[in-house]
Design a protein around this ligand. Structure first.
Ligand code: ATP
Ligand code: FE2
Length: 352
């Protein structure tokens, strides 16, 4: 197939219409979600259920049990409220990366539905889905991507038909760092939104805040990052008696500055003027604002999809499933085993 690389992605992808709805099933970690896109790639609302551990992190087996318990009624609700079953022409599912037991629940639901409806199955890369839903919805062409989620923090650019990881966290994802800090303060999962609320409160109460006494280390090496040092230092600040709101504000300022620094370096290195944010942490208004300021200063532009498409959701899986169907081929049942360690750069990007 000859692909005209001068055509902007979304236009090219829209001009290849498919008749019908692609259903998407997400189950990589804490979320079980079903969403869809229509033939033009427009997403439906996703219907989701989240695991909220009472204490500690996510236990893969318990999360998988949660997904198995909720899959049936989420599917029924989705078919009642969002699409007619007769319009479904393919089933996309997260094939990896993620927690094995959780991935297997989503894959089993997808396989049985595909067989029952006699439609193709499409296994997709969860990380690439975070990217493509942003590219499709924001209409950007060839961005550097800042993918900031619970498990992943990567800067990515497209080169030679793959999304290449230019830099990434060397220890934990930024979202995991925020969730761990929150958990130590008795804030339940997901901690990121509550940290954001507390930081905003600190700013409201202190319109001219200072980082004096609230400094944290941040580790940036070239285009790689690390977050465990900043986590420990922030926990120490709380132990030392600093107000929690102040520490949340400082934590965001330092952690997001590190992400924006590597994103800017990646844009300069790759010679690109567009930035695209994706992943759950991209819901954060402060991170969004910092990315806009940095991009404006470079004469570029920063894009971010609506919040419901930043967190894990079924529609992003359907978005990538549709692209793979349009430009590639469905996944054979024999190739549909889950891939816990699937990497962003393993998936060929056939579309513009
Ligand atoms: P991946 O498998 O892609 O790593 P994930 O399993 O972490 O994804 P996402 O839904 O992409 O799931 O991201 C969840 C993370 O986003 C959590 O760590 C959560 O705390 C964080 N998050 C959500 N909203 C906000 C916010 N407003 N500010 C900061 N972090 C947020
Ligand atoms: Fe995710």
């Amino acid at each position: 197939m000859v692909i005209d690389i001068s055509t902007p992605s979304c236009e090219a992808n829209r001009s290849r219409d498919i008749k019908g709805v692609v259903l998407g099933i997400e189950s990589t970690a804490h979320t079980f979600s079903i969403g869809s896109v229509d033939g033009m790639g427009v997403p439906s609302k996703s219907i989701s259920a989240f695991v909220r551990p009472v204490e500690g992190g996510i236990h893969p087996r318990e999360a998988a049990d949660h997904h198995a318990q909720h899959a049936g009624h989420i599917l029924r609700r989705f078919l009642d409220e969002e699409v007619a079953i007769s319009d479904i022409i393919a089933i996309a599912f997260s094939q990896g990366p993620g927690l094995g037991p959780c991935l297997r629940i989503g894959a089993s639901v997808a396989r049985s539905l595909a067989m029952r409806l006699d439609v193709p199955l499409v296994g997709v890369n969860h990380c690439v889905a975070h990217i493509e839903v942003g590219r499709e919805r924001c209409g950007c062409d060839d961005p550097v991507l800042l993918y900031a989620s619970g498990g992943n923090t990567q800067v990515i650019a497209r080169l030679d038909g793959r999304y290449r990881v230019l830099g990434e966290t060397l220890d934990i994802g930024i979202g995991n760092m925020l969730d761990k800090f929150a958990r130590e303060q008795g804030i339940p999962f997901p901690g990121g939104p509550e940290i954001e609320r507390l930081a905003q409160k600190w700013l409201l109460d202190n319109p001219k805040p200072s980082l004096d006494g609230l400094e944290l280390p941040y580790a940036v090496q070239g285009m790689d990052l690390a977050f465990s040092g900043i986590l420990n230092a922030a926990l120490n600040l709380v132990d030392r008696g600093e107000p929690l709101e102040a520490v949340c504000w400082s934590l965001q300022e330092h952690a997001f500055a590190a992400c924006v620094e590597v994103a800017e370096r990646a844009m300069a290195h790759a010679g690109k003027s567009e930035l695209l944010l994706g992943g759950g942490v991209a819901c954060n208004e402060r991170l969004r604002g910092m990315c806009s300021i940095m991009s404006d200063n470079r004469g570029g532009v920063s894009h971010v999809p609506i919040k419901s498409l930043c967190v894990d959701n079924g529609s992003m899986i359907a978005t990538l499933g549709r692209l793979q169907l349009l430009w590639g081929k469905p996944t054979e049942l024999s190739d549909s085993a889950v891939r816990q360690d699937l990497r962003t750069d393993e998936t060929p990007i056939l579309w513009n």
